[in-house]
Design a protein around this ligand. Structure first.
Ligand SMILES: [Zn+2]
Length: 179
């Protein structure tokens, strides 16, 4: 299997005109904003992006971004692996006006600079796919700590019947695709 390196910067409009597909991997360690949420910087992001136009002739970027990242469990404060598998559906916008009228089926990709850094586009998608509350699904992976750390004190009690679903974010993404 040959893996071509992904370009560092991309000209989105040009790629759309060509109907180009990009696939490959990017190292997580390039993504400094994302790393603020992670335990370590190890691993790669698998990227498939298809540039083109949809049936309404809109410029769109679709595809899939996958990575396994290490988050801090907010209950036991230990590392927990979290697999991100995000469908990409971006509508290319050249101005705020275009963002305002973009179909809800797409998230806006506002072109503020050209060429654009590919890793930033991918990083934005990864950040969107992070769970709002990272917690191990169950014991024995997760044993709550008895000490209270700052904000952790306001987290829901462990015995509460309503546990936030760490995959709720994926449901939101799926709904986005369906709309
Ligand atoms: Zn835990």
């Amino acid at each position: 299997m040959t893996v071509r390196p992904l370009p560092v910067t991309i000209d989105v409009l040009k790629l759309v005109d060509r109907g180009q597909e990009l696939s490959g991997t990017l190292p997580l360690r390039q993504m400094t904003r994302l790393l603020e949420n992670l335990v370590d910087d190890q691993g790669d992001v698998s990227v498939v992006l298809i540039f083109g136009r949809d049936q309404g002739r809109r410029r769109v970027v679709t595809g899939r971004i996958q990575a396994t990242v290490q988050l801090t469990c907010q209950r036991c404060l230990r590392a927990m692996p979290y697999h991100i598998d995000a469908e990409v559906a971006l509508g290319v916008c050249r101005s705020e006006d275009e963002v305002a009228v973009l179909s809800e089926a797409y998230d806006p990709l506002l072109l503020t600079e050209s060429p654009q850094r590919l890793s930033e586009l991918v990083e934005d998608e990864l950040i969107l796919a992070l769970p709002t509350l990272a917690r191990h699904e169950s014991a024995p992976d997760c044993r709550p700590v008895s000490v209270t750390f700052g904000e952790a004190a306001s987290l829901p009690d462990d015995s509460a019947p309503e546990k936030p679903n760490p995959f709720a974010v994926l449901d939101v993404l799926k709904k986005r695709d369906d709309s």
